[in-house]
Design a protein around this ligand. Structure first.
Ligand SMILES: Cc1cc2nc3c(=O)[nH]c(=O)nc-3n(C[C@H](O)[C@H](O)[C@H](O)COP(=O)(O)OP(=O)(O)OC[C@H]3O[C@@H](n4cnc5c(N)ncnc54)[C@H](O)[C@@H]3O)c2cc1C
Length: 418
């Protein structure tokens, strides 16, 4: 019998492919290696300690991520960011999610989010803060009665002089209390007859102090089964006042009056969701990898019938299938991220990769739990964390069913009423 110490561990390291993919560069490889070291040495121990207590991402960890430039990966270099693309953003996020999903998720609340205001000087200041991790936000799209059906958002914004007055109920807003701002999708008018239901939706920027809620806003944390590291909030807006100029959409930058911005509200939320979906795919790959890597260790440690269980062919084949599925999803998310960076409109592909990678992560983490036997169903092993967190990925940023709807709607015409 071979002891676990003598058994090979090289499976834990990625094998260099025989032919490098076209998007491989030495800079990207260096960035990935740095992120992997950081995730392994600094994020994983914190996650292992804090996740079981439903703890939050510590300030010291956020400060280190800021130091490494991770909050500004996609912020242009002239505004203080790394000036890189969605590709690198997703690559780093995969590494972070391998350690703790929320550490990758917090990156999605910076990267220039909440900076597309009309005033150029203000925009520049916010971009610089975003790149430094000093402008980290929260996104309030969903409502109790508007989840998959975002066009059904009913939170109201009414103009009163130079301010919007916002009233309504948002649900599932991650990081709301700890944020510097909340980007809120609101309805400023009802659609005209014949207009799409999404007309009249606009994104507003609610600036706030970290660690509290402004006057009129009440937050209640939702007790989740996973995705610890930051809190997810139920938010009630009761006459919350937001300056009129705080319309945040791509179009706001070029339209002083904000009219184009208003028209772009729903489209901007959709655009945001495209990148978010590829980012979720990358996080899902990170979670699946975590489950696989933990399994490879466990299969060598655990012995039954006088053998490490990793000697049993059924379990070896499971490892092979898990690894193959992860590689497939990784190649796919990198391809879609690359397309986004090229400026290609790829809504369908963003949905496809979100669907495939997140369903893969659920399968792989579930398989990993099976490979761990009874020990997998305890809080003593990390595989349960990967499984809990992966389970969420098929739900947020559009459920798997909604991704299938988006994909099929772009392939197969149907009557508008179904
Ligand atoms: C932990 C967590 C964090 C989140 N963070 C945020 C956040 O920070 N900001 C934010 O705005 N939102 C956030 N969300 C909300 C998330 O995006 C929604 O939960 C998701 O879009 C699904 O909406 P819902 O929960 O209302 O489900 P529903 O829309 O009620 O769906 C219920 C079921 O019906 C199915 N379904 C609905 N419509 C259709 C259809 N037309 N065809 C087929 N099936 C359909 C769905 O797929 C699902 O299976 C978060 C959610 C969770 C759980």
């Amino acid at each position: 019998m071979t002891s676990s110490q003598e058994r090979p561990t090289e499976l834990l390291e990625p094998q260099p492919p025989a032919v490098l993919p076209p998007w491989h560069t030495s800079e990207r490889e260096a960035l990935q290696q740095q992120a992997r070291r950081f995730a392994t040495d600094e994020v994983l121990p914190v996650a292992n300690e804090l996740d079981p207590q439903k703890g939050l991402l510590p300030e010291s960890l956020l400060a280190r991520m800021a130091e490494l430039g991770y909050f500004g990966i996609t912020v242009p270099a002239e505004h203080g960011g790394m000036g890189l693309g969605v590709f690198e953003y997703c690559m780093v996020s995969e590494e972070l999610a391998r350690a703790w999903m929320s550490s990758a998720s917090i990156l999605a609340r910076s990267q220039g989010l909440g900076t597309a205001v009309a005033d150029a000087t203000r925009r520049e200041e916010l971009l610089r803060r975003s790149a430094k991790g000093e402008w980290i936000g929260a996104i309030a799209l969903s409502e109790p009665d508007a989840g998959s059906d975002l066009a059904g958002v009913s939170t109201r914004a009414v103009l009163d002089g130079d301010e919007w007055v916002v009233t309504g109920h948002k649900r599932w807003c991650g990081n709301a209390e700890a944020a510097d701002f909340i980007q809120v999708l609101v309805r400023e008018r009802d659609p005209e007859p014949g207009e799409s239901r999404s007309k009249g939706l606009v994104n507003l920027l609610l600036e706030k102090e970290r660690g509290s809620f402004p006057s009129g806003l009440t937050g209640t944390p939702i007790d989740k089964i996973g995705y610890h590291g930051f809190l997810t909030w139920d938010l009630v807006f009761d006459d919350v006042r937001i300056p009129r100029a705080n319309v945040v959409d791509e179009a706001a930058a070029s339209d002083e009056q904000g009219e184009a911005a208003k028209r772009a509200g729903f489209a901007a939320a959709q655009e945001f969701l495209n990148t978010a979906r590829v980012h979720t795919a990358a996080r899902a790959v990170g979670l699946a990898r975590a489950a696989l890597e933990d399994s490879v260790v466990y299969l060598q440690e655990r012995e039954q019938f006088g053998h490490p269980i990793g000697d049993f062919q059924a379990l070896r084949f499971a490892v092979a299938e898990m690894a193959s599925q992860i590689e497939q999803s990784r190649a796919f998310y990198r391809q879609v991220a690359h397309l986004i960076d090229l400026g290609v409109r790829c809504e369908r592909e963003a949905s496809m990769v979100k669907l495939e990678a997140t369903e893969m992560a659920v399968r792989v983490t579930n398989q990993a739990m099976q490979l761990h036997g009874g020990n997998g169903y305890t809080t003593e092993r990390q595989v349960e964390r990967h499984w809990r967190d992966a389970r969420l990925t098929t739900i947020l940023e559009g459920t798997s069913e909604i991704q299938k709807r988006i994909i099929s709607d772009r392939m197969l015409p149907r009557s508008p009423l179904t």
